[in-house]
Ligand binder design. Structure first.
Ligand SMILES: [Mg+2]
Length: 231
């Protein structure tokens, strides 16, 4: 049987992180620049953390400042480490744990991440829900500011780690925004859109993933993944 690789975005796809990570970024920008981040970086959804930090700094007049980027990253990871475990409104996308368990029972099926989260932040989020052990590698927000690059990197890392070759048609990206769909289509990977909130349905439909689910309890998902039906 051909080897398959499932790559998962995190926010809105595996979990809802709630408002805390944004609040941490806002606190940092307020402390360092006395500026409200909400007015300088509005388009967070589906963007990498590195992209958001760089865009916000640029709007404040700090272009090409890796020292400031590194300082913000350090502070953000420290806040995630200390406080995210207490974040009250973070929760799992329904059915995700059962779906990942099913994946683990499948022969020649491997899992990975493709997320705009910085690597430490990604694992802090997953660890809170006991999902971290499912994912040994991936592409992360500190690898590149461009999500399209992350999907290619995630596949390369998985191929090395598992000593495998994954053909594009056997790589599936699971994500909740058009950015996730685009990073799958850029390399001819398959994409499962996870329309985990009402507002995600239309943008996902327009970006045309191969399959769309509301959550992992979707009765047609396994059939689609096993090639038993077409969308
Ligand atoms: Mg997402």
């Amino acid at each position: 049987m051909k080897k398959r690789l499932f790559l998962f975005d995190i926010d809105g796809t595996l979990i809802f992180a709630g408002g805390c990570p944004r609040i941490y970024f806002s606190r940092i920008f307020m402390e360092l620049f006395q500026q409200d981040l909400r007015f300088i970086a509005k388009d967070f959804l589906g963007r990498t953390d590195s992209f958001i930090i760089r865009q916000a700094l640029k709007k404040l007049g700090y272009s090409n400042r890796p020292d400031l980027e590194a300082l913000i990253v350090r502070r953000f990871i420290a806040l995630m480490n200390d406080e995210f475990i207490h974040c009250p409104d973070s929760t799992l996308v329904p059915g995700v744990r059962e779906f990942l368990e099913w994946c683990n029972t499948q022969e020649d099926l491997y899992l990975g991440l493709i997320t705009g989260n910085l690597r430490p932040s990604a694992y802090i989020k997953l660890e809170k829900f006991g999902l971290d052990a499912y994912f040994e590698s991936g592409g992360f927000g500190d690898d590149s500011i461009e999500r399209n690059e992350l999907s290619r990197l995630a596949v390369q890392r998985a191929e090395k780690l598992y000593d495998a070759v994954f053909f594009p048609e056997d790589v599936y990206v699971f994500g909740d925004t058009p950015h996730d769909v685009a990073c799958a289509h850029a390399w001819n990977y398959q994409c499962v859109g996870v329309a985990s909130t009402e507002s995600r349905v239309r943008p996902l439909l327009e970006s045309q993933p191969q399959w769309i689910i509301r959550d992992y309890n979707d009765s047609g998902l396994i059939d689609f993944l096993n090639g038993a039906s077409a969308n």
